[in-house]
Write a new protein. Structure first.
Length: 186
């Protein structure tokens, strides 16, 4: 892992732990999960928000006030609002994507869930997604939350990533493997 990435992850982990503990004490984890989904969507949709959290030009006060205004407008939990305002005042908003990831992981762990990133050639139907989640649950012994994405270059099959494990049954990887073995023979 590169040094800046590990520093960002460490900063995000400290803020995430504090926010998570406060919200868990207040019994608001379900609302926090909903807030994180909304915040991630806003971050994904808004170029201005991404520019604001990464801007070295804006002062601490401006970043803190802007993030407080965004959080209030989105009606985020007070603990999350305060955490984001503090991050703005401390010039730590650049770790917001990592904070969202860390908090989602902590919530999933608290619920006894594991998340799986699933990439398929075509969008999975609800039935396929449920069947895959059931099969993965049987393998890991925990509920599995599937984050599905589509990559048409796979041609067919799936790529499933759960933590440090990856299962690649895509046709693209089988063709690549076949191509490599043919190069070794010839």
């Amino acid at each position: 892992m590169s040094e800046p990435a590990s520093i960002s992850t460490g900063i995000a982990a400290r803020y995430a732990t504090a926010i998570f503990e406060l919200v868990r004490e207040a019994k608001g984890l379900a609302k926090l999960e909903s807030n994180l989904t909304d915040l991630a969507q806003a971050l994904n949709d808004s170029d201005d928000l991404r520019a604001m959290i990464a801007s070295p030009v804006l002062s601490r006060d401006v970043q803190g006030a802007a993030m407080s205004a965004v959080a209030a407008k989105m009606k985020l939990l007070p603990e999350l609002q305060n955490g984001l305002a503090l991050m703005g005042q401390k010039r730590r908003l650049f770790v917001l994507p990592q904070l969202i990831t860390q908090l989602n992981a902590m919530i999933a762990e608290d619920k006894g869930e594991v998340s799986a990133d699933v990439t398929s050639a075509k969008a999975l139907t609800k039935a396929q997604s449920d069947k895959l989640a059931k099969a993965l649950k049987a393998r890991v012994g925990k509920d599995v939350k599937i984050n599905a994405t589509v990559d048409e270059s796979l041609i067919g099959g799936l790529v499933v990533k759960m933590g440090s494990k990856m299962i690649d049954t895509s046709i693209r990887s089988k063709l690549d493997s076949l191509q490599n073995s043919m190069k070794e023979v010839g």
